[in-house]
Design a protein around this ligand. Structure first.
Ligand SMILES: C[C@H](O)[C@H](O)[C@H]1CNC2=NC(N)=NC(=O)C2=N1
Length: 101
């Protein structure tokens, strides 16, 4: 998968298909709200597994009942690439089963 930086315009267009995700500076971000702390911790571990599978890792923050992700591609000099969008897409597919909103 390409690690070429995406333009701001292209990134914003691609994020239209990822509701809740935003472009903040040079990263894409999302905060999920969960029904409990344990559900948030379980989603965190699920995301960790996806990130290991993709070998692509976000800054992942577990709160009381939230999970926040912030990610860009280090190998592209800290720009948003297809790898970040692939991670976001995989997490979007996994989150609902945990009760994430
Ligand atoms: C050596 C290892 O494959 C690289 O450091 C991987 C690990 N996880 C990564 N995560 C992110 N967000 N960006 C990267 O460029 C990256 N590279």
């Amino acid at each position: 998968m390409s690690a070429e930086p995406l333009s701001r315009t292209e990134t914003e267009h691609r994020l239209e298909a990822l509701p809740g995700w935003a472009l903040e500076g040079d990263r894409i971000t999302r905060t999920y709200r969960l029904p409990s702390h344990f559900a948030a911790a379980a989603l965190t571990m699920h995301i960790a597994g996806i990130q290991e599978e993709l070998n692509h890792h976000s800054d992942l923050t577990l709160g009381y009942n939230t999970v926040a992700l912030s990610v860009h591609t280090h190998d592209a000099g800290g720009a948003v690439t297809e790898k970040d969008l692939e991670l976001a897409t995989r997490v979007e597919a996994a989150a609902p089963a945990h009760g994430a909103k």
